[in-house]
Design a binder for this molecule. Structure first.
Ligand code: MN
Length: 496
């Protein structure tokens, strides 16, 4: 987390920008600092620290000067007497429009299903109109997550859930891996505090060990590569991020043995050309034995979000899997910044005149844009998004309107355990969209689910085990039943 960002930090980071751009960014800062003068955040810090942090993240992602300026100005019309007209007069139409769209995107009047639908629609409409707005909005959200501790717990949880279950997915779909991971890891402790605590307890040690193994393999690969005739630009490495590891550990086979996860550690080799990628792969495979059926050629067949890379998993001397990703700098930029990779050097948020060729790879975005122009039908648009983005997952809602993400076929019991173990154990009935329903009813996206509970009840019904879909629910039910049986055995022994 970047603390104490000043305008100088941003300007010194923005080495890509021409002097006139630096001047523009500084003017935006002066305007915003004056407008927010005297205002404080919930944390007690001066308000300007927030737009500064947002602008810094945007500069760090190498987004264009207009976006950085808009980042500095993004809360001005909302929270101060300054108007959008004043911003337009001072900074021109493009920046004013960016600020205006980002503000609109933040204003959600609805709750529950409508809120979710509206949220998605607004985000996608904004994205189709000008993808830069989405980066503005997402970095805003990330900084809010970083400063979540200052809010009351109920609000923390709601914001964190929304970040994981909606925004991280959108970021993923846009191919912006960096934002997705940041959103998830920041929100994790607030969204699922119980799970987070036990996750840390069991994995902190493993993660430390992995970090030192990673260094060892990086060194080894460096030696191999530099003594070959191949040219490569850089080597990078990472230990699997927290939330992504947590999700993986939900799968039974990995829960038993986390070391089976093939991408616990990964090394990335950045090469100059596509041919170098394939040659490097050959070299890697002559030194490390590849794990069968783990090789993926996303260069020849990119992922739908545009991601390209070669992936291979190899066995290491320590009996540990190591994932190796090989790609060019251009592919690397695409993987971290997604759609933003194509907007580094242009002020056009629209994929029209003068767009880089690679933008065409994001076919679904073009398709979405077309659909948005052609159809007024919200349901049709949403259907497209749901099918395309959230295949095999459903989104249902608590009566308070919090989105809950479950696998297809999940039931009210899965829903209850997803929210809290105690809620699961004490479930006695459910209402789906206001109607009393059986506990084994498969839920569908958009359902509002209310769990009826008997607080005195501490143990699940054995019947549930046969129909629940999530691993989480299965584990909790099994545990509770075993405990219950033991207790029963003890009681019967004592009683006369
Ligand atoms: Mn903000």
């Amino acid at each position: 987390m970047q603390t104490n960002v000043t305008i100088e930090t941003i300007l010194s980071h923005a080495t890509l920008y021409a002097p006139k751009d630096g001047a523009l960014i500084r003017r935006a800062y002066d305007f915003s600092a004056q407008a927010h003068e005297g205002q404080l955040r919930k944390s007690g810090e001066p308000y300007i620290t927030h737009p500064l942090a947002v602008a810094f993240k945007l500069a760090e992602m190498r987004l264009s000067p207009h976006v950085v300026a808009a980042g500095l100005l993004h809360d001005v019309t909302e929270d101060t007497p300054r108007t959008i007209q004043q911003i337009e007069a001072e900074f021109g139409t493009d920046i004013a429009r960016l600020v205006n769209r980002a503000t609109k995107l933040g204003n959600l009047k609805y709750r529950g299903k409508e809120r979710y639908a509206e949220n998605l629609r607004n985000t996608f409409v904004a994205m189709a109109e000008d993808v830069r707005v989405v980066f503005l909005k997402f970095t805003d959200r990330i900084h809010n997550l970083e400063t979540l501790a200052a809010l009351p717990p109920e609000k923390q949880r709601r914001i964190a859930l929304e970040a994981i279950e909606i925004y991280a997915r959108i970021a993923d779909r846009l191919g912006i891996g960096k934002l997705k991971e940041e959103l998830e890891d920041l929100a994790f402790p607030f969204a699922y505090p119980e799970a987070y605590a036990s996750f840390r307890e069991t994995t902190d040690m493993i993660r430390t060990d992995l970090a030192s193994l990673l260094e060892e393999y990086k060194h080894k690969l460096h030696c191999i590569l530099s003594s070959s005739s191949l040219s490569y630009l850089r080597l990078e490495g990472r230990v699997k991020r927290q939330y992504s590891l947590y999700r993986k550990l939900q799968e039974p086979k990995y829960e038993q043995n986390p070391l089976l996860i093939s991408d616990l550690i990964a090394v990335r080799i950045i090469t100059k050309t596509t041919e170098d990628c394939y040659q490097t792969l050959g070299l890697v495979h002559t030194h490390f034995r590849p794990a069968p059926e783990k090789f993926k050629d996303y260069i020849a067949t990119p992922k739908p979000n545009g991601y390209q890379s070669l992936h291979t998993v190899v066995f290491t001397p320590h009996g540990q899997f190591l994932e190796i990703q090989i790609r060019t700098q251009e592919m690397h930029d695409q993987s971290i910044f997604g759609a933003a990779a194509h907007f580094h050097y242009t002020e056009s948020g629209k994929p029209d005149a003068g767009i880089p060729v690679s933008y065409e790879k994001l076919q679904w975005l073009t398709q979405l844009q077309k659909m948005n122009q052609e159809t007024e039908d919200l349901d049709e648009l949403l259907n497209f998004l749901k099918l395309d983005m959230f295949e095999h997952r459903i989104f249902v809602f608590t009566p308070q309107g919090d989105p809950i993400d479950l696998p297809e076929g999940a039931t009210p019991v899965d829903f209850a355990y997803h929210i809290h173990t105690d809620l699961g154990h004490s479930t006695i009935g459910a209402k789906i969209n206001g109607t009393f329903s059986r506990l084994d009813t498969p839920l569908t996206s958009g359902d509002v689910v209310e769990i009826l509970r008997d607080k005195k009840r501490k143990s699940p019904s054995p019947k549930w085990f046969s129909f629940v879909k999530t691993h989480l629910a299965k584990t909790h039910i099994k545990e509770a039943l075993t405990k219950f049986k033991k207790k029963l055995a003890n009681t019967s022994r004592i009683s006369p």
